[in-house]
Design a protein around this ligand. Structure first.
Ligand code: SF4
Ligand code: SF4
Length: 429
């Protein structure tokens, strides 16, 4: 694609990167067929190619974001299915990240939208605040039907209330803990405990730590490490995302760590991009080293996992989180591990399509998210599974509550290595 940035504009390193990305796109449109928002809405401007044109026009003309760009870029899930499909290697992720920062800096959103985003940025990255918010949402949930009208703000409020679990799990605070295996220590890793995950899915971290310990791996969770920054990064809040990244990089830079393990693939994609995000920062070298050390739990387990029991006759529908399959190009490791544990693994039709979770997307774009959820659940249930497994807390929350238990794949692997049966499956025969 031809671009027409001026030489002055190209002196800005961010614009120079955007220019390089734009020039690799050959407008072929292959990406449109695998884009969930194009498949759902059928509008070229809700396809990767359409968004690329909008971003190009906005950046080349060096103008503030307008309503049209904001509408269509906000609707993008950042699922990165387009990057898997693109034959030209267009780095859509870095382009849309740049566009989101531009929007955040140049566009004044309506007051309620701004307020909601402020609240999300103030609560979601902090597990304790999130627990309080979810507790309050749980109390308000039975009265959600009283919310008047069907404006976007009200729909977003309803979507937030719907995220409150029926029963809050026990509080988890893993910062500053070290978990040693019994016997010989074969390795030492840091675990990203996650923010939302500590609040709503503590059993995932527990299973991860237990399993790693069983396999002889010491697990360290530094006090100073916190949210990976993805939640604010995807809202275009660049400086907040960089601050979160710097804190984590400093916390994980101990030389004796073999890897930084991530069991929330949405966070893993961002960790693996720290090197790029901080490429012009004094911490650039450390950031690149942490990105190189960051591994999804499935990647790390692939070489060392050993089940200790034969799995019961259970059909596991594996839902591939976008951040894992598109963001990190990890497609086979989780299924290989589940099969090694003895489960029968099935996959839904159109497994490349997003479930609609996508960080805060299911709150900010409730209609599209609900439609993608329904589609994903229908294709999963068509395989008659006993349980749905994924590698990302966001997907598990999005797909929960429709009659089939949802569990993190590491909970199933830990079960077959001698751990407890995942609580979500306790009701099953
Ligand atoms: S598939 Fe790649 S090259 Fe083709 S239009 Fe989409 S982004 Fe551009
Ligand atoms: S990231 Fe996903 S939703 Fe966004 S343009 Fe690409 S395929 Fe479409």
């Amino acid at each position: 694609m031809q671009t027409s940035f001026t030489s002055l504009q190209l002196q800005n390193p961010e614009i120079a990167v955007a220019n390089d990305i734009l020039r690799t796109c050959v407008h072929c449109g292959f990406c449109t067929a695998t884009c969930p928002t194009f498949v759902t809405l059928g509008d070229e401007l809700d396809s990767p190619r359409g968004r690329i044109y909008l971003i190009k026009d906005m950046l080349e003309n060096n103008r503030p974001a307008g309503e049209e760009e904001v509408l269509h870029i906000d609707r993008c899930l950042s699922c990165l299915s387009c990057m898997t499909t693109c034959p030209s290697g267009v780095n859509y992720m870095h382009l849309v990240d740049h566009a989101r920062v531009h929007i955040n800096e140049t566009y004044k959103r309506p007051i309620l939208d701004r307020l909601l985003r402020e609240v999300l940025a103030l609560i979601l990255p902090y597990p304790k605040r999130m627990r309080v918010a979810l507790g309050l949402a749980g109390l308000a949930k039975p009265f959600a039907f009283l919310l008047p009208g069907n404006s976007m703000f009200i729909k977003r409020l309803r979507a937030m209330l719907n995220l409150a679990p029926a029963k809050m799990p026990a509080a988890q605070s893993l910062g500053g803990t070290v978990h040693k295996p019994v016997g010989e220590i074969k390795g030492r890793v840091a675990l990203l405990a996650g923010c939302a995950q500590q609040a709503i899915g503590p059993s995932i971290n527990n299973a991860t730590i237990e399993l790693l310990n069983r396999l002889g791996i010491e697990v360290v969770i530094p006090e100073a490490a916190g949210c990976c920054g993805a939640l604010v990064h995807h809202m275009g809040r660049h400086e907040e995302a960089l601050a979160a990244a710097r804190k984590n990089i400093a916390a994980w830079s101990a030389p004796d760590l073999d890897a930084v393990i991530v069991n929330t693939s949405g966070c893993g994609t961002v960790l693996k991009d720290y090197g790029f995000l901080l490429r012009n920062d004094p911490m650039a070298a450390q950031a690149a080293a942490i990105s190189a050390k960051s591994l999804d739990i499935s990647e790390y387990l692939l070489k060392i996992y050993q089940p200790s029991a034969a799995a019961p006759d259970i059909i596991v529908a594996y839902h591939a989180a976008c951040s894992l399959q598109h963001g990190q190009q990890i497609t086979t490791a989780p299924k290989t591990l589940l099969r090694k544990a003895g489960f029968t693994v099935v996959e839904p039709k159109d497994s490349h399509l997003c479930c609609g979770s996508a960080g805060t997307y299911n709150i900010l774009q409730p209609d599209i998210a609900a439609s993608l959820r329904r589609r994903k659940l229908d294709t999963l249930k068509a395989k008659s599974p006993d349980v749905i497994a994924a590698g990302n807390i966001g997907c598990l929350t999005q797909l929960a509550g429709d009659g089939i238990p949802t569990v993190h794949m590491v909970e199933l692997l830990n079960w077959m290595a001698g751990g407890a049966k995942p609580a979500a499956m306790e009701m099953m025969q």
